[in-house]
Design a protein around this ligand. Structure first.
Ligand code: GAP
Length: 476
């Protein structure tokens, strides 16, 4: 399937089956804002849960918090976001359309052959690293990169544009203060560093994890839930002794890549991309890129953030943020290695990986099925139970089985339509296991289990169903 088609098909499938909807769709939608439907919400929760447990449950020295979205405005001054969290933008004078310079050039590079595209991206990376705005404009003009709307190359100069959303806090206009919607969850961790370290008696090296909403006024938002204005991050800040950040950076690169591979995704669908231009807080940084239908794109960032954030908060708040290390008898401001993955991007990665239009045609009959090959632990519904008919006591047995299983995992009951149709509907939403209760069940207490990917069916004892599914969906 051509890749552009694949993306369009995934978007259509997500809408049809209740995974993702355009926000405020009845009002023609809100650009780059999406709502998760009944199945998308379950999928997203499962991915979040897998990340959370991988970080906190599987690492004794990582704890989780849930900081507020609103933070004191000085946080964003200290973190550098007020002054530096901006992207170079360029406007087309004819269409008045504004573009992020890197997205404009990347979009053009995708239309070139692979080698030429890579050379262009290297040129862009160099200019971005030097903050050479004149050079970037020149590159856009030299390559005759045109606006998608006006079709012209009539560009303004390249300018910086801050990505933070602001709002007001306070009841009366005169008293109101401008505050920002957080553009990353990380700062909630930094400002709570000592609270957690002291109350949890944490010893360095240790980490603080958090999941939550972040907001960015992305100028060019495209690629479905890949780039949104309201999105969710899953971040972990790992506090280490100064000088040890390089080794921990390598450790977290490897550990995070292992997490990605544990999703059953092949290593050739991933690559590391080292940042040519480091953010204002980093001494090393890379992305984990996944091969989305639109090509390799960032799904996660690993950043060695030095002691920048804690030192800045120390300076702006006037409060000490040092740690006394009993191993070396020294006070210091810890260094930080961060892992930061976008939850919505992870959802999109899992959907891209799972979606397939499978051709099941035989010489006699054309046939196909839509299928989502989710890893069982992430599937929104783990088990569907079907009585073969609506009578003869079969629905009662099916309901009993669901009652047994539903405290442990999400089940689905259906008695309408032929079994084959019911199987296909579950394939389309990624349910890994279906159980059919038939007349034989009444005689020998066995049922048919049908496996989504292989479509194989086998007869098993009714009494083992719950434990068998629990074994298949376990995370660790
Ligand atoms: N605290 C570091 C930080 O925020 P980032 O590379 O800007 O670093 C981390 O963002 C991750 O958040 C990205 O790898 C991506 O998965 C996700 N992300 C960033 N902007 C996003 C957006 N507009 N929509 C969806 N996900 C986004």
């Amino acid at each position: 399937m051509a890749n552009e088609n694949k993306l369009q098909n995934i978007i259509g499938h997500c809408k049809e089956y209740g995974f993702v909807f355009q926000s405020s769709e009845i009002y023609d939608g809100l650009s780059a804002v999406y709502d998760y439907g009944q199945l998308g919400t379950e999928l997203k929760r499962n991915i979040r849960e897998y990340w959370w447990r991988s970080m906190t449950q599987m690492h004794e020295n990582i704890v989780g918090i849930d900081a507020a979205i609103f933070m004191h405005p000085t946080v964003w001054k200290a973190s550098g976001h007020v002054d530096n969290f901006s992207d170079p933008m360029i406007d087309n004078k004819d269409s008045q359309k504004r573009y992020r310079v890197d997205h404009l050039i990347e979009g053009f590079a995708e239309t070139l052959d692979k080698e030429k595209g890579e050379v262009l991206l290297q040129q862009m990376d160099l200019l971005l690293a030097e903050n050479n705005f004149d050079g970037l404009k020149q590159l856009i003009e030299d390559k005759k990169i045109a606006c998608a709307i006006s079709g012209t190359c009539n560009w303004t100069d390249v300018r910086q544009f801050n990505l933070m959303f602001s709002t007001e806090i306070g009841s009366v206009a005169e008293e109101a203060n401008v505050i920002y919607l957080r553009p990353e969850t990380a700062q909630g961790i930094f400002v709570n560093f000592l609270n957690v370290q002291k109350s949890g008696r944490m010893k360095i090296p240790f980490g603080i994890a958090q999941t939550g909403k972040a907001f960015r006024n992305e100028i060019v938002a495209r690629g479905f839930i890949f780039r949104m204005r309201e999105f969710e991050q899953m971040e972990m800040q790992f506090f280490v002794q100064p000088g040890k950040q390089k080794e921990w950076y390598e450790y977290w690169k490897e550990t995070r890549m292992k997490w990605h591979l544990s999703l059953g995704i092949s290593p050739d669908k991933y690559r590391f991309h080292d940042h040519a231009k480091l953010a204002h807080y980093a001494d090393a940084a890379c992305d984990i890129e996944y091969d989305f239908p639109m090509g390799f794109k960032e799904v996660e960032g690993i950043h060695s953030r030095t002691d920048f954030d804690l030192k800045q908060h120390q300076q702006y708040s006037g409060k000490k943020l040092t740690y006394f290390d009993t191993d070396i008898n020294q006070h210091y401001v810890p260094y930080v290695v961060e892992t930061s993955i976008g939850l919505d991007r992870a959802v999109m990665m899992i959907l891209s990986e799972a979606y397939e239009e499978e051709d099941l045609s035989t010489p006699e009959k054309p046939d196909s099925r839509s299928i989502l090959h989710f890893p069982p632990m992430l599937a929104p519904i783990k088990l569907a139970v079907f009585p073969l008919t609506k009578k003869d006591g079969l629905p009662e047995i099916a309901r009993d089985l669901i009652d047994q299983c539903k405290p442990y995992f999400k089940c689905f009951y259906e008695e309408k339509d032929a079994i084959g149709k019911r199987y296909r509907r579950q394939d389309a939403i990624g349910t890994p296991f279906c159980i059919t209760i038939d007349h034989q069940t009444k005689e020998d207490q066995t049922v048919t289990i049908r496996h989504r990917d292989s479509m194989q069916q086998e007869r098993i004892a009714l009494s083992v169903v719950k434990d068998l599914i629990l074994e298949k969906i376990k995370m660790f």
